[in-house]
Write a protein that binds this ligand. Structure first.
Ligand SMILES: Cc1cc2nc3c(=O)[nH]c(=O)nc-3n(C[C@H](O)[C@H](O)[C@H](O)COP(=O)(O)O)c2cc1C
Length: 301
């Protein structure tokens, strides 16, 4: 079996899950330094910020790390079309902003930087690996990454997605079960129809593809790692557990909420971003769901 060491040069088969918005240089570099694969989430980062992030990472560790991008699915709302939904969503949480003395955000000129610009910047800074969610990266992107010696990871929430990713040339499939924190990054069928648990998903993906498989979703200690290996994975991607570390960028209140939660406390909701994601319900989330004013992704985010 091809190991993560063979593929990526990481001797500890633990991938730090990338976090859109809460990745930290310190934690990413530390996981890489300890022999795992630190990953940094670049959701919403423009080319300059990507270059700065990579430079900071490269200054902190000589070890391999991954940068993470979201593949556009084509249904992202643009500010002009989403203006009314944006205003309604902002109004539904205006009192929460007022409570903490902040102005609710205004409609930006654009919600997200162009994917092409992000890709160009990532390939220019040459991380050891680039990971994608929400789709099969375009063929030319995979080819350019491979020419630059960059290992490509793709994330699957179903067996069909894993097969599509392998056919698209990715080197490693991350099989993300429905226990995983953060977005359901499904791209072939609606997220609600792609909720296979890690225990069932991983062995089926291992059987369906020839590339190494990394298990993600609900893995938080050595028992989970052992289970993932028993299911045929060559590594694990851990997210939530790493949010509760000193090096994490998650604020103290977020860390305390994770510490106090049981697994059954999490919910799947579109209220945070407009796309289905697993998280802990808080007052904002309950308010948004009760109000029903949820703008389409990425306006809601
Ligand atoms: C707050 C948060 C943000 C996340 N953002 C991303 C992201 O931008 N890109 C990505 O590939 N995965 C993202 N994930 C998923 C993690 O990288 C990882 O796969 C997942 O957390 C694994 O499941 P676990 O939380 O049960 O360990 C995010 C997860 C969380 C909790």
């Amino acid at each position: 079996m091809v190991s993560l060491d063979d593929t990526l040069g990481v001797e500890t088969p633990v991938v730090l899950g990338p976090f859109g918005g809460v990745s930290s240089i310190e934690l990413t570099a530390l996981v890489s330094d300890r022999g795992g694969l630190g990953s940094f989430g670049l959701y919403g980062y423009d080319a300059d910020r990507i270059r700065q992030t990579a430079a900071a990472m490269q200054a902190r560790t000589p070890r391999p790390f991954a940068l993470n991008l979201w593949v556009p699915t084509g249904d992202e709302a643009e500010p002009a079309d989403a203006a009314t939904a944006f205003a309604e969503a902002a109004a539904s949480v205006a009192s929460l902003f007022a409570e903490v003395g902040l102005e609710p955000p205004g409609l930006p000129e654009s919600f997200l930087p162009p994917f092409g610009e992000q890709v160009d910047a990532v390939l220019e800074v040459r991380p050891s690996a680039v990971s994608f969610v929400f789709g099969v990266p375009p063929a030319d992107v995979v080819e350019r990454a491979h020419r630059a010696g960059i290992v490509v990871l793709g994330t699957a929430t179903t067996v069909d997605e894993a097969v599509a990713l392998e056919q698209g040339g990715v080197d490693v499939v991350v099989a993300s079960g429905s226990e995983a924190g953060g977005h359901r990054t499904s791209f072939l069928r609606p997220a609600e129809q792609s909720l296979v648990g890690t225990m069932a998903l991983v062995p089926q993906v291992v059987d369906a593809v020839g590339v190494p498989v990394v298990a993600a979703g609900g893995i938080a200690d050595r028992r989970g790692v052992a289970a993932a290996f028993a299911l045929g994975a060559v590594g694990v991607q851990v997210g939530t557990a790493f949010l509760r570390t000193r090096q994490s960028a998650a604020p103290e209140s977020h860390q305390q909420a994770i510490a106090a939660a049981a697994a059954h406390d999490t919910v799947l909701t579109r209220a945070m971003s407009g796309r289905l994601a697993r998280g802990l319900p808080n007052r904002a989330l309950r308010r948004i769901e009760a109000g029903g004013a949820i703008a389409p992704f990425p306006a809601q985010n």
